[in-house]
Design a protein around this ligand. Sequence first.
Ligand SMILES: Nc1ncnc2c1ncn2[C@@H]1O[C@H](COP(=O)(O)OP(=O)(O)OP(=O)(O)O)[C@@H](O)[C@H]1O
Ligand SMILES: [Mg+2]
Length: 240
Amino acid sequence: MSAIELHGVTHAYPGSPMRFDLRVEPGEWLAVIGPSGAGKSTLLDLVAGFLPPDSGTIRLLGRDATRTAPAERPLSVVFQDDNLFPHLTAERNVALGLSPTWRLAPKVRDKARQALARVGLAGLENRRPGELSGGERQRVALARAVLRDRPILLLDEPFAALGPALRGDMLALVAELRREAATPPTIVMVTHHPEDAREHADRMAFLDGGRIALVDTPAAVLSGADPRLAAYLGNTTSRT
Ligand SMILES: Nc1ncnc2c1ncn2[C@@H]1O[C@H](COP(=O)(O)OP(=O)(O)OP(=O)(O)O)[C@@H](O)[C@H]1O
Ligand SMILES: [Mg+2]
């Protein structure tokens, strides 16, 4: 049983037809790279259920999820924009990952505080997003996803706006949380940084023009001579 299976999944924004076939195995960490507009976010939106496919089948953990509502899917998403509620404290924002009610049960509150401590934010539970730095806000969003403890974690460039050192720290934290999990989550991570994929991912998919052009180990993808990949990487990225 694969964690994620896309069979002939199509979606057509005006002028941008896309078609995806993909399998991601349980516990695997897949990095997704490709030019702006290639369809990386669209791919994640289809898996998450924010976008209905025009045709094709999506299976998650062996079950047909093609028409399953996003909240019912066995996954969490962290976006580039942290998606926090500005009027709620960090603790409440995290707690919403578990329970969408306004009353905060003590058990839920404890779990939210633990999740915040786990991402290094102990003591900041009562701050609102406006009182946190961009990096801290992304940690709150990550804590919310971690708390949900779903088998699949989708990351759409959540650390892209952070500096290189902090981005590295955040990825190391995701890797550590994954190692600690009784059952490691399946991760699909969109990134514009091939070195992040090389360090953490088991496989890498290169998207181009709404298709998965290449999928293999990061080393194999990055060492390949595909001209589309070369054009994407340019001369600025070392490919050693
Ligand atoms: N809501 C929308 N309506 C119409 N077209 C859209 C919409 N969202 C995305 N598109 C188009 O679909 C294509 C793929 O967009 P997508 O956001 O998946 O790209 P991406 O690979 O995530 O790019 P980036 O690296 O810039 O985030 C683009 O050509 C984009 O203009
Ligand atoms: Mg995108």
